[in-house]
Design a protein around this ligand. Structure first.
Ligand SMILES: Nc1nc2c(ncn2[C@@H]2O[C@H](COP(=O)(O)OP(=O)(O)OP(=O)(O)O)[C@@H](O)[C@H]2O)c(=O)[nH]1
Length: 368
């Protein structure tokens, strides 16, 4: 009896993990991808670090098929949520509550160690029957990756476990930086193909070349650890932080510790009256200047005095990106929400500094 197509083809839904350090350009790439015709039948799961998420307001087009995994990082606290969300999506599509989807993209937090996420995706029985892991895409910010690889172990892991590397922001990088970064990436992960995306523009066709079961996913845990240890020693990259309590390496752990990013804090400041633009810019510049290393990421939806529509602002370390306007308030009511992701920082200090700058109690001294 001849083998039928159904015996050989894998009809499970491919799941791609989109990772990359804070502010590297994951949402920008996702936004570009979901607008492409070949991605019309795609569901998206977004996980953000900390209790406050803004990204789901910034991903356009897909509505019902965008799921937000809140309160925590998918590699630490919300793995159960990830599987539940995938199960829920599947059941909702079966019940025709949402349109059927043929691919899933999971955008992890910028601090996620993809190791435990991949573990969950491969080992959950429900997942394994309906979905197949289709590789990890790691977004790399050319301007900041060298510093991130030196300081943050999460960044090293994200690059090392990638099946595909997408290099962003080469349009604003200094001359000579791109080849240096390419060289570094080649040494950490020589197997992953590299693609350049400017402001997210990269054909989603690269995903077809990525999966199924990309290069990284076929490597054994031991192989990856050995290779990573070699790269860390040779290139002087950031090594794992010493956890407060002894734990298994997240690469092989079934249930990784919730405190993996314990020196990093995400907090949101909310203002319900409009901020004068110049005051906002001064205040933010002050925070950026005071904490150039500790401020890992800043993003905000702003109610600015001079603007009729909400404004979106992004920052990575001391770099600030051009503002964008949103057509309407995501929650219906005008308010500013500023999200800071910082390392070893007193959030009250930042809050007081900004309060004083945005809404000073006393008018400033004016020179004649
Ligand atoms: N000039 C330039 N800016 C870019 C590029 N890619 C992304 N950006 C900008 O970088 C900023 C951060 O991009 P996001 O897509 O929000 O980054 P992210 O990785 O989703 O951030 P987190 O979710 O906080 O980790 C935004 O202002 C983007 O417009 C690029 O290739 N060139």
């Amino acid at each position: 009896m001849s083998e039928s197509r159904f015996d050989t083809e894998d009809f499970r839904i491919p799941v791609t993990v989109l990772t990359g350090f804070l502010g590297s350009g994951k949402t920008t790439l996702l936004n570009y991808w979901v607008k492409q015709p070949e991605m019309a039948n795609c569901a998206v799961l977004i996980n953000e670090f900390g209790a406050v998420g803004l990204d789901h307001h910034l991903v356009e087009k897909l509505d019902d098929n965008v799921v937000m995994l809140e309160s925590g990082c998918v590699c630490c606290t919300v793995q159960g949520d990830l599987v539940n969300a995938l199960r829920d999506l599947f059941m909702r599509a079966m019940r025709r509550e949402i349109k059927p989807f043929q691919r899933v993209l999971i955008e992890t937090t910028g601090l996620a160690d993809p190791g435990p996420v991949l573990f969950t995706l491969r080992n959950d029985p429900f997942f394994a029957q309906r979905y197949r892991f289709d590789g990890t895409v790691t977004v790399v910010d050319v301007c900041h990756i060298t510093r991130q690889l030196n300081q943050q172990y999460e960044a090293v892991k994200q690059v090392a476990l990638a099946d595909l590397l997408v290099l962003t922001k080469s349009d604003i990088a200094d001359f000579g930086v791109l080849p240096e970064v390419e060289n570094l990436l080649q040494r950490i992960n020589p197997m992953a193909p590299r693609h350049i995306a400017i402001k997210g523009e990269l054909s989603p066709a690269v995903l077809e070349q990525n999966g199924p079961f990309g290069s990284g996913s076929q490597r054994s845990t031991q192989e990856i650890r050995k290779w990573l240890q070699g790269a860390i020693a040779e290139l002087g990259l950031a090594s794992p932080m010493k956890p407060a309590t002894p734990t298994v390496s997240p690469l092989i752990a079934n249930a990784p510790v919730a405190s993996a990013h314990s020196d990093i804090d995400a907090f949101c400041l909310r203002y319900t009256k409009p901020i004068p633009t110049a005051r906002f810019l001064d205040g933010l510049r002050m925070v950026q200047m005071r904490y150039p290393e500790r401020l890992l990421r800043f993003k905000a939806i702003l109610w600015l005095e001079e603007q009729d529509t909400p404004v979106v602002v992004h920052g990575v370390h001391d770099q600030l990106y051009p503002i964008m306007n949103l057509p309407a308030w995501p929650n219906g009511e005008p308010a500013s929400e500023l999200v800071f992701i910082m390392k070893q920082t007193d959030r009250q200090e930042v809050e007081e500094m900004l309060q004083e700058e945005f809404f000073p109690k006393y008018p400033r001294f004016q020179y004649e």
